[in-house]
Every structure is written in structure tokens, then in C-alpha cells.
Design a protein around this ligand. Structure first.
Ligand code: FMN
Length: 197
């Protein structure tokens, strides 16, 4: 499988890191494109350098390289995830403003009717954010805000991140070992509980 991974400057760099690690572990060929502000959030929110992040991907494309393979629909991929996806990039995709490779690759993914998963991150949301999400959902994108789940009783931030990333990968038919409702391991032992979790 081949998946394009866009990373933009919304908070949530650890989600991008974990997504790339999980795709690598599943043997997926990833094509990574980072925005300038993603480089800033990576530095602020993780201990990884940009070269560390790049090493997690099979191929890295420059944001301004509109001649990259993934800028063309004739280059076959199995879809694209933008994780995290800023409101700015979401708005640009909605309007077809394909002046950088993340937006162009997303536009191509939509026109080729391939899965496009937007891990949109902002709170609270105003009407224009919501309008953009609605238009993109109608055009075929999956709007996937990284919201917390508690039914699997997460104990660590890694548990929370893994659960979100596992559900993102589900959108591509990929399976990562995460607790799933209805499966025996989906809830922790009651004896192992803190008062809150
Ligand atoms: C630390 C930090 C956190 C940010 N978090 C968000 C966010 O959660 N959502 C968002 O839409 N923008 C956020 N922004 C603003 C975006 O980085 C900004 O709109 C930028 O232009 C997005 O460009 P890009 O989509 O090309 O990365 C954040 C910026 C910084 C510096």
C-alpha cells in the first residue's frame, strides 16, 4: 500500500509521528509532506527533529514541489491523511487553492475518489470551519477530529494517541492493535482502576 501523509501546523504533532510509525510498522509506503508550521509544532510538541521525522517516511516531498509524483492523479496511491490538519489547510482544500503540495495532493486524492482523511484540529469551531467541513464531507473527505475516547480506559497519553491513530488507520482498512469495543481487552480490569479512570 502507498499512502500520502500531510502534516500541517495545527497542534498535534505526536499524532503525525505515531501515524507514520504505525504505517511503517504495517509495511505501508508513505509519502510525507510537511508544512512550514508543522516543522514548528514538531519542535514545540515532540523531542524529534525534522530529520528524525523524515526517517519515519519512505519518501519525503518538499511543500513547494508541485511537480512531485503525488501531485498527479496518474501516480497511484491508496489515499491520503492530513494529520493534524489546520483550519487554513482545510479551507484551502475546500476552495481548491492548490498552491502547495499538501493541498494539491489532497485535491488529487478527492478528484481520483481515493480516501482523504482530514484530522482537523481546532476548538471551538466557528461557522466557517463547520461549513468547510460539511462541504468537504460532501465531496468525499472523511472529517476526523482527533477526539478523545474513554471507553477503553486510557491510562497514558500514548494510550490516547494509539486509540486515535488506530481509528484513523481503520479508514484505510488497516488494522493496528488497539482496544476495540466488544473485544475482551477493551476494558481494563476493575481492580486496576484509579478513582477517575
Ligand atoms: C503552536 C501552534 C499551534 C497551533 N494550533 C493550531 C490548531 O490547533 N489549529 C489550527 O487550525 N491552527 C493552529 N495553529 C495555526 C496554524 O499553524 C496557522 O494557521 C498556519 O498558517 C497553518 O498553516 P499550514 O496549514 O500550512 O500548516 C497553530 C500554530 C501554532 C504556532
Amino acid at each position: 500500500m502507498r499512502i500520502v501523509v500531510g502534516m500541517t501546523g495545527a497542534t498535534g504533532a505526536p499524532l503525525a509521528v505515531r501515524t507514520l510509525q504505525a504505517l511503517r510498522d504495517l509495511g505501508v509506503e508513505t509519502h510525507l509532506i510537511c508544512s512550514r508550521w508543522a516543522e514548528t509544532t514538531l519542535k514545540l510538541e515532540t523531542q524529534l527533529s525534522l530529520p528524525d521525522l523524515h526517517r519515519l517516511a519512505a519518501t519525503v516531498h518538499r511543500l513547494d514541489n508541485l511537480a512531485a509524483s503525488v501531485a498527479s492523479g496518474s501516480y497511484r496511491t491508496d489515499g491520503m491523511v492530513i494529520v493534524p490538519c489546520s483550519m487554513k489547510t482545510m479551507a484551502a482544500i475546500r476552495m481548491g487553492l492548490s498552491d502547495n503540495l499538501i493541498v494539491r495532493a489532497a485535491d488529487v486524492t478527492l478528484k481520483e475518489r481515493r480516501p482523504l482523511v482530514l484530522v482537523v484540529r481546532e476548538a471551538p469551531l466557528h461557522e466557517l470551519h463547520l461549513e468547510n467541513m460539511q462541504a468537504l464531507a460532501r465531496a468525499g473527505a472523511v472529517i476526523f477530529p482527533p477526539v478523545l475516547g474513554f471507553y477503553h480506559r486510557p491510562r497514558t497519553l500514548d494510550d490516547v494517541i494509539d486509540h486515535i491513530v488506530g481509528r484513523i488507520l481503520d479508514q484505510f482498512g488497516l488494522s493496528m492493535p488497539v482496544p476495540r469495543w466488544g473485544e475482551p481487552s477493551s476494558q481494563r480490569d476493575a481492580a486496576d482502576e484509579s478513582p477517575l479512570l
